[in-house]
Ligand binder design. Structure first.
Ligand code: NAD
Ligand code: UFG
Length: 341
């Protein structure tokens, strides 16, 4: 089975490509490298001992996408390609809607032209917005995310729902990721943010390796156990395997049409202070930090109810927080400058 992976050179994409290869799927990666390096694909090929077809291109370029569908007999698409920085999306919202919403529509149109119906979408826990209580469960109504980035994910989920209503052949899965962290245990592929990291773990790791002076903890006066925000962190390799599980689920359910959402998380919330402590323990070194003001748009705490994925996809996040920390550190210390080194 041949899978087109858009955004496959990125953080979650590269780990998923490896999992797909390990599970005997053939992979074509389509990526414009706006936030990634081709080096990630070279390393994935080495780890898997298999070849990946790579095409550099933008999902908004329908002609180029169409060429890819003509050249390769694609059976399913896993769609990671998107801009993903929450803060940046408030500065340049039009780029986010163009890339994430318009780009997805272009991809779906080309898929339709080429009669490819199996689609897995990178959604996010952010689609639950502020309105829903934790833990988040798939039966909840979609909420109103606080950023254009989050809104773009809600919009795409809406596009998929409408497409599924109109096209009886469409077979879509939205995977709502909670907070992916960590790296492949080889330490050769991992998260390589450009510039100052927005997310917690890459920032902590860069402090540990001496690239940043200290971590700013965004608020310690939230209504949580220790005052810092709580999130559902899951290992990126568990998340990668969630995509394989979703593809297997589509293959097992040949009668299925429509669109189905699954939360991919552990079901546990962990605070920022607890993450810093766990990282210190894993590397046996102190992480300098200071408490700074709250970051706009942060919710106090959210985590997944992952029962649906556990039961229907036969998927469970199994790697421990300790393993997430060790693997983050192995990647960061082996590659202090990411893929550029
Ligand atoms: P990433 O930036 O590492 O990967 C995204 C990839 O898409 C990059 O390789 C980038 O070059 C590519 N890309 C972006 N725009 C493109 C375009 N127009 N055409 C072709 N390629 C394009 O990000 P990631 O963390 O791996 O995230 C992957 C997906 O998962 C995204 O859709 C993101 O919104 C979603 N997601 C991520 C998180 C997270 O915490 N990392 C959480 C929830 C959802
Ligand atoms: N944090 C800090 N200091 C930092 C970075 C983060 O204290 O330097 C805190 C944040 O305030 C938050 C927690 O660490 O409480 C986690 O923050 P991240 O930025 O790592 O993750 P978010 O939960 O804010 O966002 C992530 C993804 C989004 C996605 C969202 C919901 O980055 O794409 O989860 O799924 F929308």
């Amino acid at each position: 089975m041949k899978v087109l992976v858009t955004g496959g050179a990125g953080y979650i994409g590269s780990h998923t490509v490896l999992s797909l290869l390990e599970n005997n799927y053939d992979v074509v990666v389509y990526d414009n490298l706006v936030n990634s390096s081709i080096e990630s694909i070279d390393r994935v090929e080495k780890l898997a001992g298999k070849k990946v077809e790579f095409v550099e291109g933008d999902i908004c370029n329908k002609d180029k996408l169409s060429q890819v569908f003509k050249q390769f007999k694609i059976d399913a698409v896993i769609h990671f390609a998107a801009l993903k920085a929450v803060g940046e999306s408030t500065q340049i919202p039009l780029s986010y809607y163009q890339n994430n919403v318009h780009g997805t529509v272009c991809l779906l149109e080309v898929m339709q032209q080429h009669k490819v119906h199996n689609f897995i979408f990178s959604s996010s826990a952010t689609v639950y917005g502020e309105e829903n209580d934790v833990p988040y469960v798939e039966t909840m109504k979609l909420g109103t995310p606080s950023s254009p980035y989050g809104a773009s994910k809600v919009m795409v989920e809406r596009v998929l729902a409408d497409l599924a209503l109109s096209d009886p052949n469409f077979r879509g899965v939205s995977l709502r990721y909670f907070n992916p962290i960590g790296a492949h245990e080889s330490g050769t592929i991992g998260e390589d943010p450009k510039g100052i990291p927005n997310n917690l773990l890459p920032y902590v790791a860069q402090v540990a390796v001496g690239k940043r002076d200290k971590l700013g903890i965004f608020g310690d006066d939230y209504p949580t156990k220790d005052g810092t925000c709580e999130r559902d962190y899951l290992h990126v390799m568990d998340l990668a395997q969630g995509h394989v599980a979703a593809l297997d689920w589509l293959n097992r359910h040949s009668e299925f049409s429509g669109v189905e959402a699954f939360n991919l998380g552990t079901g546990n919330g962990t605070s920022v202070f607890a993450i810093v402590k766990a990282f210190e323990l894993a590397i046996n070194k102190e992480i300098k930090f200071e408490v700074s003001p709250r970051r706009a748009g942060d919710l106090p705490a959210f985590w997944a109810n992952a029962n649906k994925a556990n039961q229907q996809l036969n998927w469970q996040a199994s790697r421990t927080l300790e393993k997430m920390m060790e693997d983050t550190w192995r990647w960061q210390s082996n590659n202090p400058n990411g893929y550029l080194a």
